[in-house]
Structures are given as C-alpha cells and as structure tokens.
Design a protein around this ligand. Structure first.
Ligand code: ATP
Ligand code: MG
Length: 589
C-alpha cells in the first residue's frame, strides 16, 4: 500500500522539458499507459492469493474440504511478539476470507514453562488486534483423548515403552547419512507395553526413566520418523490440570490429535515444522481420528534489530534490561501497545509483507513506515520543545495573543485550536546556531525564521550565562508577518516549533533506540548484541493544551516524531512511538 504510493508518485512526476510538441504528446501517451499499467498490475497483485489460499481454493473446488477452520496455537510460556502477529493475521485472516472460523488453541504440553498469566496476556493481545476466536481450547483439555490414542497405538503394535535415556536415544538416532539403531526395547510385547505405559501414568516410573515411542522406521531418511518419543514422565504441576498427570505427550503427537478433535482443516505453522509433517500425517493416519487436518508451513517473520524469540525476550525481562514484558522497547504485542503502536498499523504491515515459503529478514524501518503512515493520518499535531532555550521577543506586546494552530493538515476539513504566544517563548536548542553552516535556515544571529503558526522573528542578540552557555536570545518579531495574513514581504525558508514560556508545562520526553544492535557478523548471538543504552531522556516544555489531553493519546510533536502522552508519577511524559525520519527504502522490498 505504502510502497505502491511511493511508486505511483514516481510515475506521475511531470515531464518538464521544453521540446517538440509531437514528442511531448508521445510522452503524455506514454505516461498515461504507465499509469494504466500500474493500476492493472496493482490490481492483479492485490487479487493474487498467497500460496496457502491457492491450496485452500483448490481443495474447496475439488470438494476435499467444505469449509475452512484454522487455529492460532501459542504455547503459554511467554508473551506474544510481533512474529506472532503474522501468524495471527494469517490464521484469522484466512478463516475470515473463506467464511470459516479460527480457534485459539493453547499448546500447553510443557507444564514446567507454562503459566495462566501468559494465557491471559495472550488473550488480551489477540483482542487488542481485533480478532475474535471461535472457540478456546487447550491441549490439556484433550489429555484423556491423547492418552487413549497412545494406548491404541500400543494395541496396534505401533508404539513401545523404551527404557533408554534421552542421551542414549539421541546417540542411537543416526545421522542424515546413517540410519538409526533399533532400541533393544522395540520388540516388547503389546501386553508388557500396555502395563508399562499404565505404570508410567500411575506414577510408578521415575522422571526420564521410560518414554513411549512410536514404532515407525529407524532407517527413515527423515530423522523425525525414527521412532520418535511421544510421551514422557514429568512430575510438574500443570497450570490447568494440576497434578492429575505425571506423563505428558510430546508436541508432535499431541498437536495433530488436538487439531483433529477441534475440526481444524488447515494447521498453519512455521517452516521449521516442515520436516515434522510426515510425523503429523503418520499420527493422523494411525491413531484412528476421523477428521483429518492438513499441516501447511509458512516462513517465520524476522525483523532487523528486533529480538524475536520468547526465550530471549524472557531473558531481557529476567535480567531487568527492560522494565517488563510491556516495556515500550519490547517487540511484544503488549510492548507495542504500551508504546502506542496502533493495532491497524501492525495489521497493515503484516498484510504488506505477505506469506512466503522462504525465510527472510524484514527491515525494521519497513514496520516503522506503516506506523508513521497510520499516525500521519490519525495523530493530532502539537508542539513540545525538547531542549529549551528562552527567546525574549523584545517588541512583543505585554499581553499574550492567541493564534490558530491547525490540528492535522491531512484532515478533510481544516480544524484548528488556539495556541498562545507572548513576550517569552522557548525554542529547541538545535534550532539555533551560533556558528551556522551555509544554507542554515533555522535561527541565527541576525537571521529570520518563522515560528510555526505565528510570526517571523529575527535574532538580534545572544545573552550568555557565566558558564558560557546560552542564557537567552533577544529577538524581535515582525507584526505584519502573522501566519495566514502575512503582508511583511519577508521571505524565510525555515519554520520552527516553539512553546509559550508563561503557559508551557514542564515535561519529560523519552526517546528509544532498538534493543538489539546491528549484527557485526552472521549468526552473532542476541546476547552479544544487546543495546543497554536504549532510553534517552529530555526535560522540556509542552504547550499547555497537552497537559489536559487524555493519557494514551498519540501526537505528532512537530518536527520531532510521534509520541504517546502518559502521566508517570504525576509527571507529564511523552513516550516516543516512532521518529519522523523515514529510514525505509522501498527498493529493499
Ligand atoms: P518463540 O520461538 O518466540 O517461542 P514459538 O514458535 O515457540 O516462538 P509459539 O507460541 O509456539 O511460539 O507460536 C504460536 C504460533 O505463532 C505458531 O504457529 C508459530 O509458528 C507462530 N510464530 C511464532 N513466531 C513466529 C514468527 N516469528 N513469525 C511467524 N509466525 C510465528
Ligand atoms: Mg514454541
């Protein structure tokens, strides 16, 4: 969407040569053809389905499926991050597109890491994105069914209890070029296996002493098919089933059964599960489930300068490198929400990156582009001075005056609010230079600049403090230069923001850097790339209007960026959402 706007503006740029009229006519025709072609291509791209939709459309056309039922399957072992947003958009979006439904499915087969806190946070994040799940299920709801399916496998001679340790199992699994070795316990009788599995369930076996393995093929070229472990003994209190179970199914065994029990037609997961698909299908085929779901894999979302793994995000929280899962620098959905990123901006981003079969890394600036794109339309403008210098306007009347300030130049109609100005204002230190380079259009000694929505001022004198820093600037204003009614005839190139000193409110401004520095070499670990200097604080002044607006509102602080207003410890704070600077280069995508 944003990228096409960029290309469109490139195409419709006017030709400005003075040339032979026939050639000019030719250029006009060429330009028209380009525009038509652009829209045709854009339409075709928009109408093209992703490869998953191609598969589903074909299955529907052939009658292989009659409806679409997906599920979003988080493990409640941490908070959702921006990568999960891609999976959410895909699962909910696909179901919606085909008039189907999407479940929320908690994959809670790993009791030692899972918590109800995470379940609640995940639900809140999904609601924030505006998705509505059809039903909520937990793998733990199906523990009885999964157990029965394991018993069935044993009865059918397709699973056995193995006494090898985890190390021995992995040592006998073989390699990509060599087959594995059969376990010495592989040929236990069905009755012995049934008894031992019951013993495991009844708490008669120590943790790790025995496992249940599917009996598939130790010579399979796919290592996942070499008699995989499907149940283990684990004494851990489960966040939902408590101490009812001391055996837990492995993900690869539980997931297809749970998909089937829920009526899921398309089980969409990330590419690392591609090699597990034969096992998924084996479980579906051999456990006697009546409904047969299909697993389809897509590429994970990776973003530059962004930690994208719950394990590392958890470490950041535990190491107190951030204030919590909802720290505004965190790429968690709760972090993005507390930062002030609009849910729609995130959804637009997910839509734009699309779905592919190849892993890649998206520039973080591409994500920021969508935040800016959204806030540019929706956020009010306001003025805050980050590093104030006082300006005394020596010829300004003693009484304050009010000016009209346009709230948002993108609004359909012009809406303004009043801002006040008086003899003393603050401007930003970076908008004044004692030693200006050539073409410096902000304020300099003897130079003019326009104050946004007010007057042109000229700097006549600089007063210094004893320590040599600037105390105040003595300026004069041009009364005929009032914005909207400028008869002064003075041409100025620079417009700067400011606040009225007598009514401005002190505030804190928080700017953020990425939590992750650029990688210095390929494969560099996240822990070596942490940026511990990622918050920058300024103590500035905000126009008084900003003290009265609701907490959580977003603003474009003019010439600075998009900020969310919050109150922290009674203090007025502006927390950065995204800078104004657009680092995204469309050619990269
Ligand atoms: P993490 O490694 O961060 O813990 P995960 O894959 O273990 O991620 P789950 O809770 O299992 O996290 O994920 C739920 C769903 O979200 C899965 O279908 C998973 O494939 C998907 N998902 C997780 N991370 C990404 C990502 N970066 N891009 C796309 N989908 C993702
Ligand atoms: Mg996981």
């Amino acid at each position: 969407m944003g990228v096409s706007a960029y290309f469109l503006s490139a195409i419709i740029t006017d030709f400005t040569f003075t040339i032979n009229p026939y050639f000019y006519f030719f250029l006009i025709v060429l330009k028209t053809i380009c525009i038509i072609l652009f829209f045709v291509i854009k339409y075709l791209i928009m109408e093209t389905k992703n490869f998953i939709e191609d598969i589903i459309s074909e299955e529907l056309a052939e009658g292989k499926v009659t409806s679409v039922h997906t599920r979003f399957p988080p493990e409640p072992n941490g908070y959702l991050h921006i990568g999960h947003a891609k999976s959410l958009c895909l699962n909910f979006g696909t179901a919606e597109k085909y008039g189907g439904v999407c479940n929320l499915f908690f994959d809670d087969t790993n009791p030692s890491k899972e918590k109800t806190e995470y379940v609640d946070a995940i639900k809140a994040d999904i609601e924030w994105l505006g998705f509505k799940w059809y039903e909520v299920h937990y793998a733990s709801d199906f523990f009885d069914v999964i157990y029965e399916k394991a018993v069935k496998l044993i009865e059918d001679g397709k699973a056995f209890v193995c006494d090898l340790s985890a190390e021995e199992i992995s040592a006998t699994r073989g390699t990509l070029t060599e087959p594995g070795k059969d376990s010495p316990y592989r040929n236990r009788s069905i009755s012995e296996n049934l008894q031992l599995f019951k013993d495991m369930k009844d708490g008669k076996v120590a943790d790790g002493a025995k496992v249940l393995r599917a009996k598939i093929d130790m010579a399979s070229p796919n290592i996942n098919m070499r008699d995989p472990v499907i149940y283990r003994v684990l004494r851990a209190t489960h966040h939902r089933t408590g101490d009812k179970w001391c055996i837990y199914p492995m993900y690869d065994f539980a997931h297809p059964i749970c998909d089937s029990m829920q009526g899921v037609t398309h089980s969409l997961c990330t590419l690392e599960f591609e090699d597990h698909r034969p096992l998924y299908n084996w479980v579906v085929e051999n456990t006697g489930v009546t409904h047969k779901p299909r697993q389809i894999e897509f590429a994970r979302l990776n973003i530059t300068n962004t930690v994208m793994s719950k394990r590392y995000l958890k470490k950041l929280v535990e190491d107190k490198a951030v204030s919590g899962w909802d720290d505004p620098r965190m790429p968690t959905l709760t972090g993005l929400r507390s930062r002030g990123v609009p849910a729609d901006a995130l959804k637009n981003f997910c839509e734009a990156i699309g779905i592919s079969k190849a892993n890649s890394e998206i520039e973080v600036s591409y994500f920021e582009y969508f935040i800016r794109d959204y806030l540019n339309i929706h956020a009010e403008r306001a003025m805050v001075v980050f590093e104030p210098i006082k300006v005394r306007i020596t010829n300004f009347p003693d009484k304050a005056e009010e000016e009209d300030f346009e709230i948002n130049p993108n609004a359909e109609t012009v809406v303004t609010r009043k801002i006040d100005i008086s003899k003393e204002i603050y401007i930003d230190a970076e908008d004044f230079s004692l030693d200006p380079p050539p073409k410096y259009f902000r304020l300099k000694l003897g130079g003019y600049v326009r104050l946004k929505s007010a007057y042109i001022i000229k700097c006549n004198e600089v007063k210094f403090k004893e320590d040599g820093t600037i105390d105040e600037l003595l300026c004069e204003y041009v009364p005929e230069s009032r914005s909207g009614n400028d008869t002064s005839g003075i041409k100025v190139k620079g417009v700067i923001h400011w606040v009225n000193a007598e009514s401005a409110v002190p505030c804190e401004i928080r700017n953020y850097d990425y939590l992750l520095k650029d990688a210095e070499y390929a494969g560099q670990d996240f822990s070596e790339r942490m940026n511990y200097d990622s918050v920058h604080i300024f103590n500035g002044f905000a126009e008084k209007y900003l003290a009265s607006v609701k907490d959580g509102e977003s603003f474009q602080l003019m010439r600075k960026g998009y900020y969310k207003k919050i109150t922290d410890g009674g203090k007025l704070v502006f927390s950065q959402i995204v800078s104004l600077k657009d680092g995204f280069k469309p050619k990269n995508n």
